[in-house]
Design a protein around this ligand. Structure first.
Ligand code: PEP
Ligand code: MN
Length: 375
């Protein structure tokens, strides 16, 4: 059960003290307080953990300082979408809104290789009105002998170039807690020219210790990819780990699952789960068509499979597209075969626009045809 308190309630106020005193007498119920500092107000939520089934909602609602009460199901207490749950399905970062109602494209390098490639990429993004990108510095690789990313060494120039080209958010995978400190130091050292969204890759979806550490910091939002060999439910539980530790700025990423049933694609596309995640949780949903498809193959109409996959996700309401581009894919050190060319960026963006408009039309149509259950 979640008690949502009146905005900006002061923890020293009489009503708050009275409320806490009352709650502390509830038998076998643990309390967890979460405060979310927004730009305009501070929201306080109190989580009642334990068997709350016998606690009447009305009684909780009548307590001092309580604005609303949400009875949550056991699953996904924080990230879930529950009955009468009006908690937000968006967050703000770097002046951008990331929500179930917005769409952002994060086109960029799978892995940073040279400074020149980073600059060409960012320049192309700026030229096409983009303010987000992806840049891999820490790469988890199947082979111990493959390039693992430049790590901390590339961060200063990646961040400085981002600032130079007006890039506000970089999605960057971290595989160890030390990477968060390195990112933090480099941002500090360069004067915070950009922001970072910490990415947890499919190999680490159930790295619970990493999830807890990333969840404990609230400075950077998190993009959590679904695990490629586990169920959607298991991956959503992983997202709840982040949230239960305090970080609510989470985007859930679909990137395909590993099975040869998806051949000839690298992974079996799971973008039919976009509306499922949006229904079960309040997280914005990202699609990664590059790692799902894995190649530059095209259909008979010369539309790349990656673009078809992107359109499928966007037309179902995806809120973020994470996609590999490279100025010279044949010289890329990671995932060159699936990288789109910089010249393809405007085509890719326009194609997404078509899919997004179609999604919006579908929403309007559904609103017209919707028959209320009580009608
Ligand atoms: C990536 O986005 O570069 C990546 C490695 O993705 P995934 O974790 O989905 O394989
Ligand atoms: Mn990759």
């Amino acid at each position: 059960m979640i008690l949502i308190l009146t905005p900006n309630i002061d923890p020293d106020s009489h009503s708050y003290q009275q409320l806490m005193a009352h709650l502390s007498h509830l038998q076998d119920i643990r309390l967890r307080v979460h405060r979310e500092q927004g730009t305009e107000q501070t929201l306080t939520e109190i989580y009642l953990i334990g068997n709350t089934s016998s606690i009447p909602v009305d009684e909780m609602k009548s307590l001092p300082g309580v604005e609303r009460v949400v009875r949550v199901s056991e699953e996904y207490r924080v990230i879930g979408r529950h009955r009468d749950d009006h908690r937000p399905s968006h967050f703000d970062y770097q002046g951008l809104r990331f929500g179930q109602d917005t769409l952002h494209v994060f086109a960029g390098l799978c892995a940073v290789d040279t400074k020149e490639h980073v600059e060409l990429m960012m320049q192309a993004l700026r030229d096409h009105g983009q303010v987000c990108t992806r840049m891999g510095a820490y790469k988890p690789r199947t082979s111990a002998y493959s390039f693992q990313g430049h790590g901390r060494d590339c961060l200063p120039y990646v961040f400085e170039l981002a600032g130079k080209y007006g890039i506000k958010v970089i999605a960057m995978e971290v595989t160890h807690e030390s990477h968060i400190d390195e990112i933090h130091e480099a941002l500090h050292g360069t004067g915070y020219p950009t922001g970072v969204m910490l990415q947890i890759g499919t190999r680490n979806t159930q790295n619970f210790e990493l999830l807890k550490i990333v969840g404990r910091q609230q400075e950077y939002p998190v993009l959590l990819k679904r695990g490629f060999g586990i169920t959607l439910t298991e991956s959503l539980h992983a997202a709840e780990y982040l949230a239960s530790e305090g970080n609510r700025k989470i985007i859930f990423g679909l990137r395909g699952v590993k099975t040869n049933m998806g051949d000839p694609h690298r992974n079996f596309l799971d973008f039919a789960h976009v509306p499922v995640v949006r229904r079960l949780t309040r997280m914005p949903v990202c699609i990664d068509p590059s790692h799902a498809v894995g190649s530059r193959t095209a259909g008979p109409e010369n539309i790349l499979d990656i673009m078809h996959a992107t359109a499928q996700g966007v037309i179902s309401g995806a809120n973020m597209v994470l996609v590999d581009f490279h100025p010279a894919p044949n010289r890329a050190l990671v995932d060159g075969p699936q990288a789109l060319l910089l010249e393809e960026l405007p085509h890719f963006l326009e194609d997404i626009q078509i899919a997004r408009e179609a999604y919006e039309q579908r929403v309007a149509l559904a609103t017209r045809y919707h028959v209320s259950e009580t009608a």
